[in-house]
Design a protein around this ligand. Structure first.
Ligand code: FUB
Length: 447
């Protein structure tokens, strides 16, 4: 008990120290790797509970495989400014978990009767017990969470997903080959009956990542499935959370570079969003992943429109922030490319740059909010040849609001130029190369 009180004090301190280190665009988390995002709307904000991939180190985790020691939680009110609330649960602080296993896989979190219940799969330290689903309980969505001393009895598998129906009944769904479902007791810590296999899903290529939600009386079971080579996101529907389900469509196509895809779907302020992951910050190793968000839309008949993954992501970016135009909405076919800022692979979290090296090459970043009376634009740039950039609004042939001369040189500099009159409001931002044959841009910001 004494130890727990000390733990709570430390966690509270960490909560106070929480910081903004995340971004508006995809990937949204750039101070660490993150995967398997379960998004939930709590207290009027979006909370994301992802897995936390880390690179294996000697004696810590299996090289070439998933390595996860703990969980962080992130929150945002505008889906643009994200706060990292720090570690909420660690393999080193849960009684029953093997602290040498580094297998804290995909989690979920649910609110019930004034408490937040965080569910996570992990390997057990007890011999003969393979693993289980743990629960940690908190008064707040960001912790501190107190882990239960034992995993949930009578349930196995990975990737717990909690669904609460309109009648208040909570269910826990887990994956192990197929999916199984069990009703949770009101205490959210025990199951009512033995888990039941969910029916109607593909018999091959189904391993993990179930996520259930309900809309207009339709129960959607969404899940990753290997139809071809890597996981694509699919969904099946039913009129009952216990099934049977009918496979109905694909939400996101497979991607060759990242074998896994794991997701969640929420409605926030009347818009649906798909949270998923990709290996943006680790292109050569797909087990160090990063969380992304894109908007999701339904057809009139309740079927889901396919989501194309984007760099731009969601939300409106404030013009006075450092706008990472390399997370673009559109770009010219020729002469514009994206690269990591540093060739040093240990500096991936520094992010990306846009390289303009073709006449009139351009990039477009949508949905930037311009307050009235912004006077100048700052661009962090570097150029091997010297060149001129034009800043336009709305579309490629939209009004030019600024022109910047970038001097030839090896160093990165912040270059300023005045901004001409514009209409306050949301605009797409376009940056175009007007002279020179090499200009590189880190970010653009208005003052
Ligand atoms: O993150 C480890 C595992 O990879 C998850 O549990 C799966 O869903 C897959 O994303």
């Amino acid at each position: 008990m004494k130890n727990f009180k000390f733990f709570v004090i430390i966690l509270n301190f960490m909560v106070l120290l929480s910081f903004d280190s995340t971004f508006a665009q995809n990937p949204i988390i750039r101070n660490q790797f993150s995967a398997d995002p379960t998004a939930r709307v709590f207290e009027g904000k979006v909370y994301v509970y992802p897995s936390h991939d880390i690179p294996a180190r000697p004696g810590k985790g299996r090289a070439g495989w998933f390595v996860m020691e703990d969980y962080h939680v992130f929150s945002s009110e505008n889906l643009t400014d994200w706060t990292d609330h720090g570690v909420i649960v660690s393999q080193n602080k849960v009684d029953w978990v093997d602290s040498t296993s580094y297998s804290m896989w995909a989690p979920d979190c649910m609110y019930r009767n004034g408490k937040y219940y965080f569910y996570f799969p992990a390997s057990a330290k007890q011999k003969g017990m393979r693993g289980g689903i743990g629960v940690a309980v908190s008064d707040k969505p960001y912790g501190p969470f107190k882990p239960e001393s034992k995993p949930i009895a009578g349930i196995g598998g990975i990737d717990p997903n909690i669904f609460v129906d309109k009648d208040g009944q909570a269910y826990i769904i887990t994956a192990m080959g197929g999916f199984s479902i069990a009703k949770l007791k009101d205490n959210m810590l025990e199951i009512v009956d033995k888990p039941k296999a969910l029916e109607g899903f593909p018999s091959k290529g189904l391993r993990e990542g179930p996520f259930m939600f309900e809309r207009n009386g339709i129960y959607y079971m969404t899940y990753p499935h290997v139809q071809n080579k890597t996981e694509q996101l699919e969904y099946a529907v039913s009129n009952n959370p216990m099934g049977p389900f009918k496979v109905t469509g694909v939400i996101m196509d497979e991607r060759q570079e990242c074998w896994t895809n794991h997701h969640s779907i929420i409605n926030y302020k009347n818009q649906w969003y798909l949270f998923y992951h990709y290996n943006d910050l680790s292109p050569l190793f797909d087990k160090n992943r990063s969380v992304r968000i894109d908007s999701l839309f339904f057809n009139e008949d309740g079927t889901i429109k396919k989501v194309t993954q984007s760099f731009r992501g969601v939300g409106i970016t404030d013009a006075t922030k450092e706008i990472q135009i390399d997370r673009y909405s559109l770009k010219s076919d020729k002469g514009t490319s994206i690269a990591f800022l540093s060739a040093d692979t240990t500096k991936r979290f520094d992010g990306w740059k846009t390289i303009f090296d073709g006449a009139n090459s351009w990039i477009q970043y949508n949905s930037v909010s311009f307050k009235d009376k912004l006077k100048s634009v700052n661009v962090r740039a570097q150029s091997n040849t010297g060149g001129t950039l034009q800043v336009r609004l709305d579309k490629v042939d939209g009004p030019v609001i600024s022109s910047l001369k970038i001097l030839k040189g090896k160093d990165w500099n912040v270059v300023h130029a005045p901004v001409s009159k514009y209409k306050a409001g949301n605009h797409n931002l376009i940056v175009q190369l007007k002279s020179g044959s090499n200009v590189e841009v880190d970010w653009v910001s208005f003052k």
